[in-house]
Design a protein around this ligand. Structure first.
Ligand code: GLV
Ligand code: MN
Ligand code: MN
Length: 410
């Protein structure tokens, strides 16, 4: 069955036009851009009879159940938030394709034995609070009120307060969570965000495992002073110390001979951030990932140690906390097999692969069966203005999602 490619293209344009900047897409969860996109998509989903619900965190759940079935739902969807200056396709591909999937099921009057639900997860990227997958962690009961009260945006407001101001649903209301009693499985379509499919000229990746991650927050404190009058030997400079730490952190996977592991420092705050001022404080986040669980722990411990050693050598103070984490997860065989059978039937060239990016889907793993479909990212670029995917590949991915959903729900 085909999906409506013109409609899909139109929706990509409508949504990406609503971004905070033209230098790529900046659409953080809970921003005014996010709110506008939500209302457009909700209207669209309602137009073919979907029932819309929210939870406190701002996850949108849209149920397609015209026959009022009592059976477990098949979930599809992804996220609509972006990183700063992000691309058009990360997250949005899965959300807009899911809407087209349900539209086709509806327009073709396909009788299902299971409801289909689109989930649009909030704050997947962690752009507000430095922790990824807040929505899917919330919907699966992995984080609570006190966690959200402790988590802060750069402006000092807590996640709890920022989300409360959006007024989705009060915290203590009856929150619809995802559980194995009501939901059967989740299949997420996403752009690969790496270069494997593009370099192998394959159109579809069927995901077997998603890398785990840990985010550390490192705070380095020194003594703020005058940049002109303070001799080099009398400084306690947290910027110089942090620079040394960050350089060493980037070499850790190689040093520990962990081929697939990656470490990234992409967020740094300097206080007070003046060019003629020796800073008082630097706070930076370290993103650590691998598909081998034990490696993540080993790298984390190694980084904590090297930061302490560097701090002693540079006469500054350091403290390190774990901001967030997610485990390595393996997709359910039944879902992987169903996607594979569908791809074979559609004559789509596919490969089996792992995901280095994390996805909301990983949070549902262990609660319900999960699976993921990847389409190629040109040159493997993502979280960037230069993120690109051939539109034909998105259509193939959406049609594979449709076929898979029908097999699972019929
Ligand atoms: C989410 O996009 C991540 O992998 O950081
Ligand atoms: Mn994503
Ligand atoms: Mn992303």
């Amino acid at each position: 069955m085909r999906i409506d490619s013109e409609r899909l293209r139109l929706n990509f344009d409508r949504v990406t036009d609503i971004s905070a900047t033209k230098t790529g897409c900046t659409r953080f969860s809970y921003s005014k851009e996010d709110m506008k996109v939500r209302s457009i998509l909700i209207e669209e989903m309602k137009s073919f009879g979907m029932e819309i619900k929210h939870d406190f965190a701002g996850n949108i759940r849209a149920l397609y159940n015209p026959d009022h079935l009592q059976s477990k739902s098949v979930l599809i969807g992804s996220h609509i938030d972006t990183v700063m200056y992000g691309g058009k396709y990360d997250g949005l591909t899965g959300v807009l394709s899911s809407i087209e999937v349900v539209r086709q099921i509806h327009n073709n009057g396909i009788k299902l034995k299971h409801p289909v639900e689109i989930v649009i997860f909030a704050e997947e990227e962690g752009s507000n609070f430095g922790v990824t997958m807040i929505g899917s962690k919330f919907i699966t009961g992995k984080i609570d009120e006190s966690y959200l009260k402790k988590l802060h945006a750069d402006n000092g407001m807590s996640a709890y307060d920022i989300i409360s101001e959006c007024g989705f649903l009060p915290f203590d209301a009856d929150q619809p969570r995802i559980d194995s009693e009501h939901e059967m499985c989740m299949i997420e379509l996403h752009v690969e965000q790496g270069g494997v499919l593009d370099s192998q000229k394959k159109r579809i990746g069927i995901v077997q495992a998603i890398a785990g991650m840990v985010t550390l927050q490192v705070t380095v404190e020194g003594t703020s002073n005058h940049a002109g009058t303070t001799p080099m030997s009398m400084r306690r400079d947290p910027v110089a110390a942090s620079a040394m730490m960050i350089d060493k952190i980037s070499g850790v996977p190689e040093k520990l001979k962990m081929d697939a592991a990656v470490t990234t420092v992409g967020k740094i705050n300097v206080e007070p951030n003046g060019s003629n001022v020796i800073a008082s404080k630097v706070v930076f986040n370290v993103d650590i990932r691998d598909v081998i669980e034990e490696n993540i722990k080993e790298i984390s411990d190694f980084i904590k140690e090297l930061c302490k050693e560097t701090a002693t050598a540079k006469n500054v103070n350091v403290s390190i906390i774990k901001l967030g984490e997610s485990n390595v997860v393996h997709m359910a065989d039944r879902i992987v097999n169903t996607i594979e059978e569908s791809a074979k039937q559609m004559n789509l060239p596919y490969i089996m692969m792992n995901s280095g990016a994390v996805h909301d889907n990983a949070m549902l793993n262990g609660i319900i069966e999960t699976g993921m479909i990847f389409v190629p990212s040109i040159k493997g670029i993502s979280h960037s203005f230069y993120e690109e995917t051939e539109f034909e590949d998105i259509i193939e991915g959406a049609e594979l999602l449709l076929e898979t959903v029908i097999r699972l729900a019929k």
